[in-house]
Design a protein around this ligand. Structure first.
Ligand SMILES: Cc1cc2nc3c(=O)[nH]c(=O)nc-3n(C[C@H](O)[C@H](O)[C@H](O)COP(=O)(O)O)c2cc1C
Length: 188
């Protein structure tokens, strides 16, 4: 089994972090996922999407649909189509985003907007039915984690995937939530 982790923060090192190796919360969760997957001998790959070139959807064609509707490809020349193709090779996914303004981060929204368009009406989709875990990493208040996870519910609805974990996490709940990450990974 192979799991693809897509993360959506560029905060690799945060000097104020409470996490001992001074990582941001999103990167700390990525490490936790890789550790738990490798404990179960599950192959994992991580892509930090903030370091990829993913442009915003132009809603380029007639009535707001472009080649995404019929060809299930985007006409924009960037990293999106390669990552969309790459997702076919994996058995499941873990999506990890910081919470910004009660929403998933900009890089997450930009990517998932285009993924929904290309895949929602793709009868030959190799993503549909696959399992995924969504993780929303927030500041101390945790305000907005539920709204962010709701955005993953919407993705799940249109993509017909199987959400096996839906985890809100803050610095106050980090320890207990990393146990929950471990439990969710058992469901792959
Ligand atoms: C632009 C911006 C908006 C934010 N909005 C929220 C928010 O709505 N709710 C919240 O709890 N934290 C919010 N935060 C705090 C981040 O969620 C928090 O710092 C989180 O740890 C970010 O993930 P990271 O550690 O991987 O960078 C915001 C941070 C930024 C930079």
């Amino acid at each position: 089994m192979k799991i693809l982790i897509l993360s959506f923060s560029n905060n690799k090192v945060n000097k104020d972090s409470f996490i001992p190796n001074k990582k941001g919360l999103t990167f700390a969760c990525v490490d936790e996922c890789i550790k738990n997957l490798s404990k179960r001998k599950i192959e994992a790959e991580h892509i930090c999407m903030n370091f990829k070139n993913i442009k915003k959807c132009m809603a380029c064609g007639e009535r707001g649909w472009g080649s995404c509707l019929k060809e299930h490809k985007c006409i924009l020349n960037d990293d999106f189509n390669d990552i969309y193709d790459l997702m076919n090779d994996y058995d499941g996914y873990i999506f990890i985003t910081p919470v910004y303004f009660w929403e998933m981060s900009e890089s997450a929204k930009t990517f998932f907007d285009r993924l929904k368009r290309c895949d929602a009406f793709n009868e030959n989709s190799k993503i549909k039915g696959k399992k995924f875990i969504s993780i929303a990493c927030a500041g101390g208040s945790g305000n907005g984690t539920e709204n962010t996870l709701n955005q993953f519910d919407v993705l799940n609805h249109f993509m017909n995937m199987e959400m096996i974990g839906r985890i809100p996490i803050t610095k106050y709940t980090y320890d207990e939530k990393t146990n929950e990450i471990n439990k969710c990974i058992e469901r792959f």
